[in-house]
Each structure stands twice: as C-alpha cells, then as structure tokens.
Write a protein that binds this ligand. Structure first.
Ligand code: NAP
Length: 500
C-alpha cells in the first residue's frame, strides 16, 4: 500500500549545472517540486556556461555526455562543441519546466543548519529556509592563476580560459598559452591558425590521444534515433556499458590498459617526427595517469611554423612578454592561462555550517570527504551531487548525478511521510567508505606516479575507484545503519498534507 505523504520537503538546490539540473529533474519526476535552484551565474550550464574559450569541445562522445532523461538525437558532432552543449542544457531546463524554480545571479554565501532545517543567504542578503540543501556546486569551478612575478606589469591582455573575455581579439597577435592539460591543448589548436605567433609554455608534457574530434554526427543517425526512442535508449545503454571499458582501464592494470597506453604513445610517435620536439612532448609517467588529453589537432598545431613549445620554467612576466629560466624573453601580446582550477573547493568558500555550528572547513580540514559522494557527517539534510570522489574521467557524470539524485529522493520520501525530520550520515560509515576508497585506489592508473589535479593537498586521490555496478549498488537503497535518523516532530500538526 502506498504511503500517503503528509508534507512536501522544501529544497534548495545550489547550482544549475549538470548536477543541479539532474537533481531538479529527478526530484520533480519523483513528485517533489517545492524547490528553488540558486545559481550564481547569469545562465544555467555550470562549466558549460563559465567556459567559453575558443576550441571548447567535450572529449566525451555526445551520445554519452547527455542526461539519461533527456536524450538528444541530433547532436551535430560526435564530440559536441561547448556552445552546443550549453544550448542543450538550456533546452533541458525549458523542457522540464525548471525555469520557474530558477534564481539566476544568486550566489549563496551562507548556508547554516539551525537544528531543524537550513537557512540559506545570498550575496545580496536575501534569506531563504529549506528542509534540505543540495550542493550541486561543481568541481572545476574556481579558476587557478599562478602568481608569476611581474604579472601585474604586463602591458598586454591576460585571460584565464575559464573566464574567457569575448571581446578579446587574438587574430594576428603573439599569443602565449600557459598549460598543457585538456584545455591548453584545445585552446592551442584553436588559436594557432590565426596567431602571428603562438608560444605554449608547459611545465609537464601530457600524453595526447588522437581522436577525430571534429567528426560530424550523421543526419541519418539523428533521424533513426529521433524516430525510435527505444532505439535511442538502447544506444544510450550501450554507450554507458562501453564506457565501463574506460573505467576498467583506469581501475585495473590489464592488457586493456596497456593497449590504450600504447595508443597514446603511438599518437605521439605517428604525428611528431622531429625528435627534439617529440622528446619535449614525451611525459615521464604512464599514459592515463593524469586526466587523459584527447585531440586530433594539437600535434599539428604545435608543429606549425608560427608555433613554439617552450619547456623552460617561467621565471617572470615582463611588461612585454614572458621570461624563462634560460634567460630568454618571449615577446607576447596576450597571455592565456590554461592553468586549471582549485578542484577541491566544491561549495567553499561558502560559510557552510552544519550541526552545532560545525564549519565545512573544519569538517574538511584533512581534505574533502563525503560518504558515497553525497553525505557529510555533521551536516544533516545536506547532500552533495557530484561531490567528493565523483567519477571524473571514468563513469558518466550525468549517470552518477542522476543516480545520486534518486538516492536522495529516498530520503525526501521518508521526510514527506513524516518518517524522519533529519538525516545525517555517521562518522563511522564515512570513515569506512573512505578507507575502502583509499584501498581501491592502489591499482588505479591515477596512482602510477604522476602529479595531477586529482590529488588533494593531503595526497589522496579525489576520484571514484569502483566500477559503475558498485556505484549503482551503493546508491540505490540507503542503509539506515550508516545514518543518524531523527524523527521528533508531530508532522501532522506542523505541516499541511500535500498531494504529492
Ligand atoms: P589542468 O588539467 O589542471 O591543467 C593545468 C595546466 O596548467 C597543466 O599543464 C599545469 O602543469 C599547468 N600549470 C599550472 N600551474 C602552472 C604554473 N605555475 N606554471 C606553468 N604551468 C602551470 O587544467 P585544464 O586543462 O583546464 O583541465 C582541467 C580538467 O577540466 C581536465 O582534466 C578535464 O577533466 C576538464 N576538461 C575537460 C574537457 C573535455 O573536453 N571534456 C576540456 C577541458 C577540460 P602541470 O601539469 O605541471 O601541473
């Protein structure tokens, strides 16, 4: 017999990117629509809103990089561009009626648990209350710009890829790109053709796996997928299954990993003939250890007549260029920082306080940690979506976000029926989960001796070291033994019945 809900949980979702949209649609589908989405930016999309640098493309195939609940048959390319992905997010928000829940330009500065629920404050001082807070604040959100001596004396333009200035004209300019990650490689490929000179400054070479990233998706495929949602669902399921190969490659040192690593080595050998340049581009760690870079254009771009790779350490920025440790000054007009993010901030620097005033910085003094990516001891009725240990680079982020959101709806249901008022994961369960994570990291490729943004300051790897099946098992049915569940209120007296 269905349990009759007696109250609708009031929910605040922070962030309107992949995680926030997944949570909102999942809650709405489950009948919980008393929620607002607070988004700091002026549009939805998260990283796809903030990142607008030239060449921005998603190196995950689009038929996989989409929400399970919103299949898009007609991606124009097999690997979609940033603008097309951003348009898709806006369409999903419209299609699922999320606009009415959305508060744009609304940066959350404080979220404080008052013993019963949450008080959330925006930068403009507006306060709201909620029974549950969902932190869908993203991973790669706060850009990192290195402090280079003399940077403030530079007379040209500087820009970080994650905060691209659309008015910046790079054509015919001498451009410096600092960084060799996924972003650096994409921006070098995009800017080199129009530059009078492009100099890429790298500290650590990256393996760059070749793929035809510009490949268009056949119109026939789009028609077939649009004609049959069942076929499209199958294609999505097969894509998810196939992506399990990537997880397997990352998690276990098998012949499959070695084959993929050979492909990365071959990509370099086959495309870069000059021995000196090839040597400068050859990493001293295993392929796949850092987040694998994928490109079909980078090696061509860096070998162009107007391009130069500089591996000498940057010592200072001068008014007209960049000086390196060999004493050389490289004259440039524009400096592009493709230097990545502070990847372990999550919802910080928010003043997030849980039970008894516990601040998130105290709770995370030894690095970000959450039980099964979503629950933090000391923070009742708060869940993260794509929080610590999310599977960047091994399992579909959309799948993980939707799975986590469905897991959270289990708690929402129990709140709605009056079975609980607050729920908080135990310290013991979180410690157990983190011990299992640490142990499972052992044989992963991320742990084979490179320095990557996956590592926290405490030298732990902030990724998901299990396969998708394990993730699904962990996030299907909550285990009450891992939670402190409090149900003291007389719900029928306090809340009006709803018809969820
Ligand atoms: P990143 O991978 O963290 O790379 C930052 C780069 O900046 C590295 O080459 C780093 O060198 C360099 N760097 C940092 N500080 C420096 C300094 N002081 N001097 C010289 N070089 C410095 O950042 P990202 O390229 O923006 O990529 C971040 C993540 O975003 C990716 O790993 C991926 O997960 C995601 N992403 C995805 C896509 C996609 O297509 N799906 C595209 C772009 C980004 P070291 O290696 O020596 O630290």
């Amino acid at each position: 017999m269905a349990i009759r809900p007696v109250r609708a949980p009031k929910i605040i979702i922070i962030g309107a990117g992949v995680a926030g949209i997944s949570a909102a649609v999942t809650f709405k589908k489950a009948g919980f629509d008393d929620f607002v989405i607070l988004e700091k930016g002026s549009d939805v999309g998260g990283v796809w809103f903030w990142n607008r640098y030239p060449g921005l493309t998603c190196d995950v195939p689009s038929q996989l990089y989409q929400f399970g609940f919103a299949p898009k048959p007609d991606w124009s390319r097999v690997w979609a561009t940033g603008p097309e992905i951003q348009r898709y997010h806006a369409e999903v928000v419209d299609k699922f009626g999320l606009r009415e829940h959305l508060r744009l330009n609304s940066e959350v500065t404080d979220a404080v648990f008052d013993g019963r629920g949450w008080v959330v404050t925006l930068a403009d001082g507006t306060e709201s209350t909620a029974d549950f807070v969902i932190a869908a604040t993203g991973v790669l959100h706060h850009p990192f710009t290195p402090k280079i001596p003399g940077l403030d004396t530079f007379t040209g333009d500087t820009v970080h890829t994650a905060r691209w200035d659309d008015s910046l004209d790079t054509v015919g300019k001498r451009i410096a790109v600092i960084g060799s990650g996924s972003t650096g490689v994409q921006v070098v490929s995009a800017l080199q053709p129009g530059a009078s000179k492009l100099t890429q400054f790298t500290r650590t070479p990256q393996w760059v796996l070749w793929a035809p990233m510009g490949l268009t998706q056949s119109k026939l495929v789009a028609k077939l997928l649009a004609a049959s949602p069942t076929v499209h669902d199958r294609v999505y399921a097969v894509s998810l299954w196939a992506s399990g190969i990537l997880a397997d490659v990352a998690l276990r040192p098998t012949w499959r990993r070695r084959t993929m690593q050979q492909l990365a080595r071959w990509s370099l050998r086959a495309q870069v003939r000059d021995e000196g340049l090839r040597e400068a581009l050859t990493p001293d760690y295993e392929p796949l250890c850092k987040r694998q870079v994928i490109s079909g254009t980078y090696y061509r771009a860096i070998q162009a007549d107007n391009a130069e790779l500089v591996t000498d350490k940057i010592t200072e920025v001068t008014p007209n260029g960049i000086r390196t440790a060999d004493g050389r000054e490289h004259p440039v007009d524009v400096i592009v920082f493709a230097t990545g993010f502070h990847p372990h901030n999550y919802m910080r620097p928010m003043n997030l306080r849980g039970r008894d005033g516990l601040h998130i910085d105290e709770a995370w003094a030894k690095g970000p940690r959450a039980y099964r990516m979503t629950a933090i001891p000391g923070f009742p009725n708060l869940f993260t979506v794509l929080g610590p240990n999310s599977p960047t680079g091994s399992i579909s982020l959309q799948y993980s976000a939707e799975l986590t959101a469905r897991y959270i709806t289990r708690w929402l249901h129990r709140f709605a029926t009056g079975e609980l008022d607050t729920v908080e994961v135990t310290e013991a369960a979180t410690a157990r989960f983190n011990d299992a994570v640490a142990q499972a990291m052992g044989p992963t490729v991320w742990n084979t001796g490179c320095n990557s943004w996956y590592f926290t300051d405490q030298n732990t790897i902030d990724l998901w070291p299990f396969d998708r099946k394990t993730m699904t098992t962990m996030l299907t049915e909550p285990d009450d033994r891992d939670f402190l569940i409090d149900a003291t209120a007389d719900t029928s007296a306090v809340f009006a019945p709803t018809t969820i």
